[in-house]
Write a protein that binds this ligand. Structure first.
Ligand code: ADP
Ligand code: 5GP
Length: 402
């Protein structure tokens, strides 16, 4: 294989519009992973509104347009790309605000492999990188009427800037007080089935005779708002999520008794008698699964609401991830000019000094990748960034490993 990534990138550029050839080439990077070349274009020439990705398969000689999952980064006039661990590419976008600089293009992570199996197509997935430690999402399950919604509402009311609700899709009819896009995305069975086939869902299940599912976009929207995601899903959904690459804390809410569960369902008065009976019957199996399978990290009995809520808060305030990475970017960061990147071990050196030479010493940053967590679907957490001289940068530059 004598050809370089640049050779392929140049040849792949052949069918792109060439109004300004030099600019369009500077805007494309190519990364080799095994027998595939991932070509990342600052502008997706089909949509024009995102960064584009195509795959050149060297063994078949074919150019493939993969299914692209996750929230996509906006177009960028200049970007750099570096391969990490053979399964994801770090894309550093120039000309962007600091919170939009770092994106991961997953090309072989467990989530991507899973989706490839499900969709029967090449898949890549975007995940935005965030500094510091946005904590793991929370999956809350339990039988209908046990009080999940009540507990989640209390949490969102008390900590509106900390938690965000993943708005599910459902084919059931909206209840009187429910609003589309807030409580659920109410949808049609055929539409939802098609979207499931297109890989838009992290999980889905048939519950009490209707289809329910968590879209990748719903989870990403919460992550993009910088909040910790809460999913209210049934036990089947929790099982699917547990088996997936989505890293979360799983909490099961149990009723004090069946009689009390039935009483709450009736008092809520949102279902017909027939539907209440169906939900109570299903609750038996859900309780057995919830308690016996080791699926859940925590089981809480919702007898007295305030007591249960306090216990829930205790679980969520426990810090499982010890990560000292700061949550803000260095104030001086400026990636508006062209930049170059080089990787040494788990650190990325970003040099933004090409244009303003006299400021060179102020324009070098280190991105520490050693504490990366999470990924698609959702954000990649734990990035740590500091300016030249602020930390161990000088030792890394003077003693690079070969
Ligand atoms: P879910 O979301 O699990 O289906 P809800 O949150 O809608 O359940 O709660 C069902 C009904 O039970 C609601 O009317 C709610 O006000 C009530 N409820 C919730 N928790 C308690 C509790 N600990 N004690 C008594 N009633 C409760
Ligand atoms: P309800 O109709 O009462 O809103 O919800 C019925 C059940 O569906 C609840 O157990 C709830 O947790 C579950 N559910 C809601 N959204 C989802 C989802 O996106 N996926 C799955 N698997 N279950 C869901």
């Amino acid at each position: 294989m004598g050809e370089t990534p640049a050779f392929f990138a140049d040849n792949l550029l052949g069918d792109y519009p060439k109004k300004d050839d030099s600019k369009s080439k500077a805007n494309v990077t190519a990364i080799v992973v095994g027998s595939k070349l991932y070509v990342i274009d600052g502008v997706d020439h089909e949509s024009g509104s995102t960064i584009g990705v195509r795959i050149f398969d060297k063994s078949s000689g074919k150019l493939i347009s993969p299914t692209v999952l996750g929230t996509k980064p906006e177009p960028s006039k200049h970007h750099s790309a570096v391969l990490l661990n053979d399964d994801r590419v770090l894309v550093v976008r120039g000309n962007s605000s600091s919170s939009e600089c770092f994106w991961f293009l997953e090309v072989g992570t467990p989530f991507v492999r899973e989706q490839e199996k499900a969709l029967g197509n090449e898949v890549v997935a975007w995940s935005k990188g965030v500094l510091g430690n946005v904590e793991k999402p929370i999956v809350i399950s339990g039988p209908s009427g046990v009080g999940k919604g009540t507990l989640i509402s209390k949490l969102m009311k008390e900590f509106p800037s900390m938690f965000g609700f993943s708005v599910s899709h459902t084919t059931r009819a909206a209840r009187e007080k429910e609003r589309n896009g807030i409580h659920y995305h109410f949808t049609d069975h055929n539409v939802m089935e098609r979207e499931i086939k297109d890989g838009k869902f992290l999980e889905f299940a048939s519950v009490h005779g209707n289809l329910y599912g968590t879209s990748v976009e719903a989870v990403e929207m919460v992550a993009d708002a910088g909040k910790r995601c809460i999913l209210d899903i049934d036990v089947q959904g929790a099982k699917s999520v547990r088996a997936s690459a989505f890293d979360a804390i799983f909490i099961f809410i149990s009723p004090p008794s069946f009689e009390e569960l039935e009483k709450r369902l009736r008092a809520r008065a949102t279902e017909t008698e027939e539907q209440i009976q169906k939900r109570v019957q299903n609750a038996r199996a859900e309780l057995e699964q919830g308690k016996s399978s080791g699926l859940f990290d925590h089981i809480l009995v919702n007898d007295d609401l305030e007591t249960c809520y306090e216990k829930l808060k205790n679980i969520l305030c426990r810090s499982e991830d010890v990560n000292s990475a700061p949550k803000t970017f260095p104030e001086s960061i400026d990636l508006s000019s062209e930049h170059s990147v080089s990787k040494i071990d788990q650190k990325l050196l970003i040099n933004c000094s090409a244009v303003e030479h006299e400021k060179a010493s102020n324009n070098m940053y280190v991105l520490d990748l050693s504490l990366l967590k999470g990924g698609a679907p959702g954000r990649t957490r734990g990035l740590n960034m500091y300016a030249n001289g602020d930390n161990q940068l000088s030792s890394n530059i003077t003693h690079p490993r070969t």
